[in-house]
Structures are given as structure tokens and as C-alpha cells.
Design a protein around this ligand. Structure first.
Ligand SMILES: [Fe+2]
Length: 431
């Protein structure tokens, strides 16, 4: 349960991490090229501050705008993507970070002023922290996109032990039955003991047929077999959408892979390392995941199958149970997908599936759509703009905050995207 104390601690945590992500880049690195999957990091700080200001300071406390006339600069649905690079439109680093600091200080002062917080303060407080958590992840994938160093606190594994070939584990059998999907409806937007986004609500029961699900994410070693079997050159494995994407990107292996002197390498942030057979394949598009499945005679799970397997008949909030305390997973930029796919056995689901939380967002077959009875949240754009055009991914990545993620959490990515931390696991129908 969120409390005044834990909310303040969460704001301090996200603030600290965001400052480390910004301050660990040089001024030259902060001037990023205008690419579709990223934003200028300094603009992201201003945008995050605007969320705090808009929802908490203005909406709840009636505070006057702190940077008057700039709402359309910081609101991502007002400012076109390319204008975020315009010095004449977006304030410079010093002005932006002064604004950011002022907003965070004012927010902390207000939230710590009394004894306890109202339901609205707790709900909106979690909302803006969750939004900042999302931007922490985008600041991290920006570093991967541009070949910058990983976040300073990351402990990426490089040892020879991670290069061992892990024999594939047998599938987990997921029993058919009725499973709870999503989060309970909020009567007034604030009374649930667990925070959730509008796209997770209202929850519902769903009959799922039995199926068998891979206990691990698809590893680099497994994906390499597909690559070396010339999987990218064989149209029979690619859907129409996949073939169209492949023509655009013109590729015969995952984006950050390269063959150097006969050896496969993978770029992680600013490091080129040998391909690690036991590590998960990450940074693949939906189309690559789908083609691998056709090649291997398997398929992607639906998002409901994914959630049923993660929750089990016990409707667990996390794969390992209901307690978020220890988070036995690759989250919070801890290892960033460098651990073997068999790691974190203590985080397994009831049926023995590993790393369903953390490591890589997992592609599912579903178009991202609202659940029946969907009601839009305060911030109408949080989910609605992606409905129908994006695919649902589940489970969070190694760059996702442990505070953000849960079994019911739905993330939407366009199926073309490979720059984000996306991977997948496969399944098949029960015989
Ligand atoms: Fe945002």
C-alpha cells in the first residue's frame, strides 16, 4: 500500500535516477540527433516536471504556472516531435533544470506538509511517478540507440559464465481454465489498494485453453540458429507486414548484431561484445519475433495467455507472488538483459516460467486495444493514441522500474520497433 512516506521516497528515487542519467552525459552527448525513437534528454526532464506541475501542483493545489506560456512546449501531444530539438522553442539545459528542480521541490513540500495524504494525492502522486519511471526507461534506450554508456549504476555481466550454452528447458504446461485478466475497476479512481492505468481496467475473467509456454525467453543462441538458417531471406516465415518491414530496414540479423572476423558480436550501449548464446535476444521487432516463431513451428502467446501464465490460478500480482519487496528479476537497469535466460529461478511463476517480469518486454499477438468497459483516465493520451496501431508487450524490461511493473501491466509498442528493449518467448497449443 502506498503511504505518504513511501510516495515521497518514490519521488526522491525517480528524481535521483533521472539526475544521474542526465548528469552522466556530457553536454555534447546531450545534444542528440533528431531520431524517431528518442527525445532530447533535457526536454524529457522538462516534460516530466510538467506532469508533476499539471496534475499535482495545479490540479490539486491550485498553484499558478511556474513557467508561464510553456505548456505547449512540455506537453508531448502539443509539441511536434522535431520541434523538441528547436533551441528557439525549448528552453536550454540551465533553464529547464531550474524549472525541473523548482517543480520537484514544490511537490515534495506540498506532499510532506500534513499528516497523511488524501486518496487523490496518493493516486495522482503514483501517476506522475509512474510517468517519470516510463521516461527513465526511454532515457536508457536512448543511450542504447546512440551507443552511449549504460547507466552508471548498472551491473552488466560480461564474465565467461554468461557465455555458457544453456540447454533448452522443457515447456511449462499452462492448464486451461478461467483466469482473471487486468485490474479491478476503480469506483472513484482512487480506492484500489493497487495503482493501475486505465488500459488495465476493468479486469475480467477469461476462459483460456491449455497450452505450453516456453519457460525462458528466446536466447541469442536460439535466435542465431534462425539467422544462420537464412531465416531473414526466406519469405515463407514472414507475414505481409513483416516482409514490408524487412524491405524497409534491409537486414539479415537483429539490428545490433554484426559479424566481425567470422565471429558474431552484439552492441550493448557503447560496448561490442561476443554474442552470448545463453543471454536473451533483445531489440527485435514484432516481425522478427513472429518470423522466428514460424521458422520454429511455434507461435507467440496472446497477451491473455501471457497474463494467465504469469498470474496462475492464484491471480498473482507478480510471477513469484504478491510481494514486490525483493523483486527477484532483472529490473531497474540492474543487468540490462545480460544474465542467462535461466537466471532468477526465485522469480519463477507457479508453473516454472522464468523472467516473465523484467529482462525484456515480450511481444504478444495482440493489437493494443481497450478492454470492454474502458474508461479514460485523467490524462486522455496515456493509452488512447496507441490503441489499434500498436502491439501489446508485457512484463517489463531490464530498464523498467520495479515499481512500475506488474502482471497486468500493458505496454504498447509499434510492431516495427526494435530500438526498445523487446524480446519474446514462444508457445504452442496443447496436443
Ligand atoms: Fe511522457
Amino acid at each position: 500500500m502506498i503511504t505518504q512516506e513511501s510516495l515521497l521516497a518514490e519521488i526522491a528515487r525517480t528524481d535521483t535516477q533521472m539526475m544521474i542519467l542526465l548528469e552522466s552525459l556530457s553536454d555534447e552527448e546531450l545534444v542528440v540527433p533528431c531520431e524517431p525513437g528518442i527525445n532530447p534528454p533535457v526536454w524529457e526532464a522538462g516534460h516530466v516536471a510538467f506532469f508533476y506541475e499539471y496534475f499535482l501542483l495545479r490540479h490539486l493545489y491550485g498553484v499558478e504556472p511556474i513557467m508561464p506560456g510553456h505548456d505547449t512546449v512540455w506537453d508531448s501531444f502539443e509539441i511536434p516531435h522535431r520541434e523538441r530539438w528547436e533551441p528557439g522553442i525549448v528552453p536550454d539545459k540551465t533553464k529547464t533544470l531550474t524549472y525541473y528542480r523548482q517543480v520537484i521541490k514544490e511537490t515534495m513540500d506540498r506532499l510532506s506538509a500534513g499528516n497523511g495524504l488524501s486518496d487523490a494525492e496518493l493516486y495522482l502522486g503514483q501517476y506522475v511517478v509512474a510517468h517519470q519511471d516510463m521516461h527513465l526507461e526511454s532515457l536508457i534506450w536512448c543511450r542504447q540507440t546512440l551507443g552511449y554508456a549504460a547507466p552508471p549504476w548498472s551491473a552488466m555481466l560480461t564474465g565467461a559464465e554468461t557465455r555458457a550454452i544453456v540447454p533448452p528447458l522443457p515447456d511449462a504446461d499452462i492448464a486451461g481454465g478461467t483466469y482473471y485478466i487486468g485490474m479491478p475497476k476503480l469506483d472513484d479512481g482512487s480506492k484500489s489498494p493497487y495503482f493501475s492505468f486505465d488500459n488495465e481496467r476493468p479486469g475480467f475473467e477469461l476462459a483460456i485453453a491449455s497450452f505450453s509456454l516456453s519457460r525462458t525467453l528466446v536466447s541469442q543462441g536460439e535466435f542465431l540458429e534462425f539467422v544462420e538458417d537464412l531465416g531473414y531471406e526466406r519469405p515463407e516465415f514472414w507475414s505481409a507486414g513483416g516482409r514490408y518491414w524487412l524491405r524497409k530496414v534491409s537486414r539479415s540479423h537483429p539490428a545490433y548484431w554484426a559479424k566481425r572476423d567470422g565471429q558474431w558480436t552484439v552492441r550493448r550501449f557503447n560496448r561490442i561484445e561476443p554474442l552470448t548464446p545463453s543471454a536473451p535476444v533483445i531489440h527485435v521487432s514484432f516481425w522478427e519475433a513472429e518470423a522466428y516463431c514460424r521458422w520454429s513451428g511455434r507461435r507467440l502467446p496472446s497477451e491473455y495467455e501471457w497474463e494467465a501464465a504469469a498470474r496462475s490460478a492464484e491471480a498473482r500480482k507478480f510471477p513469484w507472488g504478491n510481494s514486490p519487496d525483493s523483486l527477484p528479476a532483472d529490473l531497474d537497469a540492474k543487468h540490462l538483459g545480460t544474465a542467462p535466460v535461466t537466471a532468477f529461478p526465485e522469480g519463477a511463476t507457479k508453473d516454472g516460467c522464468l523472467q516473465m517480469m523484467g529482462t525484456a518486454w515480450e511481444w504478444t499477438t495482440n493489437q493494443y486495444l481497450p478492454y470492454d468497459g474502458f474508461c479514460v483516465d485523467l490524462y486522455a493520451y496515456m493509452s488512447t493514441l496507441q490503441f489499434g496501431t500498436h502491439k501489446t508487450t508485457r512484463g517489463g524490461s531490464g530498464a523498467t522500474s520495479g515499481s512500475l511493473i506488474r502482471n497486468s501491466y500493458r505496454q504498447a509498442y509499434h510492431p516495427d520497433r526494435f530500438d526498445v528493449f523487446t524480446g519474446f518467448r514462444t508457445c504452442k497449443d496443447a496436443p
